[in-house]
Design a protein around this ligand. Structure first.
Ligand code: ZN
Length: 331
């Protein structure tokens, strides 16, 4: 468990540059599935074939992570950048950024005049240690993408890492693929691209598969830290079964099935209402003629920072629930 989670989270693959993570996932699952392909968007689609008695189920987790893209290099060699997805300045200053070629820089900020305010992204820069523009251009260029550089820590019952959003969802699908040996259902495990920039990979994948039902697996916020928002979800509370977020109301039948499967299989679960944010499930639900869609969420603190935190107990509950749904869904 530990080694694979470390590999999945430390790899560098922001939205639109998913090649590295896709290669790693493909190698981890190839021998456990009947078919595997990459579609025109870059989504990795793995299939376990069922039989005529079963349903077609699409499971989804996104492979991409938030990051930055260089848009300007100044005469002194400092890099200016645009965000890829929800890259927030409050988490960024003095953290390290790794580019696809391995070059690492530090995020600095212009002189802050008012310390009660967070410096906006356009007042931040990346310092790769170059002495001037010419030297910087030996290492990076306009359009190069980067993401947080951070070591993954697995300690006690907690995992701390960058990009647990949504590599932990990818891990849950990889484990489910390994554990589900035989079922009537035909299972599509879709590792999507470009979720963080607007759910762009999941929609065409869901359109072409057009499954009977779909489940997205992604992180959600928690309400269990000091003075946090009023939210019932907490670390160690079990798999979070989504009722609503800012993009969707989950299909009632799917949600009730997830609850009844949790009870039947004694899987710890909690109910999720997320006021800000959504997942691939939102895009899948309104694709094609509309697809009955639910979501299994992994409670996570500090989302979109270099130190996202989840509970190993919750991760295991999410794997158990994914396996149960894949094997037992038959409505
Ligand atoms: Zn996510």
């Amino acid at each position: 468990m530990k080694d694979l989670i470390i590999k999945l989270t430390e790899i560098s693959s922001p939205s639109g540059s998913e090649e590295k993570i896709r290669g790693l996932i493909r190698n981890s699952i190839e021998k456990y599935v009947d078919d595997i392909k990459i579609d025109n968007m870059g989504n990795l689609i793995a299939i376990k074939k069922g039989n005529s008695k079963g349903k077609t189920i699409m499971f989804d987790a996104h492979m991409d992570e938030i990051g930055i893209i260089i848009n300007h290099i100044d005469k002194n060699g400092f890099l200016r950048f645009s965000p890829i997805g929800g890259f927030f300045p409050i988490h960024a200053i003095t953290h390290r950024i790794q580019f696809q070629n391995g070059v690492i820089g530090v995020i600095g900020e212009e002189l802050r005049k008012d310390y009660s305010k967070v410096t906006p992204l356009d007042k931040l820069y990346i310092d790769i240690g170059a002495g001037g523009k010419k030297e910087a251009e030996k290492y990076v260029g306009i359009g190069d993408v980067g993401n947080y550089f951070a070591k993954t820590i697995v300690t006690g019952n907690r995992i701390i890492a960058k990009s647990l959003d949504d590599r932990i969802g990818c891990y849950i699908m990889i484990e489910a693929i390994k554990r589900i040996k035989k079922t009537n259902n035909t299972l599509y495990f879709v590792f999507t691209v470009q979720e963080e920039v607007g759910i762009r990979g999941a929609r065409p994948a869901a359109f072409s598969i057009n499954p009977d039902v779909a489940i997205a697996i992604d992180v959600t916020d928690t309400g269990d830290t000091p003075e946090s928002s009023k939210m019932e979800v907490k670390l160690d509370g079990g798999a979070a079964i989504k009722i609503m977020d800012s993009g969707m109301l989950t299909n009632r039948k799917i949600r009730e099935k997830l609850i009844s499967l949790s009870k039947k299989n004694k899987i710890p679960y909690q109910l999720e209402i997320l006021e800000r944010g959504t997942t691939d499930a939102f895009g899948i639900q309104i694709t094609a003629g509309g697809i009955p869609t639910g979501a299994i969420s992994i409670p996570s603190r500090y989302i979109h920072s270099c130190s996202e935190m989840v509970s190993i107990n919750d991760v295991n509950a999410c794997i158990d629930l994914t396996v149960a749904f894949g094997k037992e869904y038959n409505d």
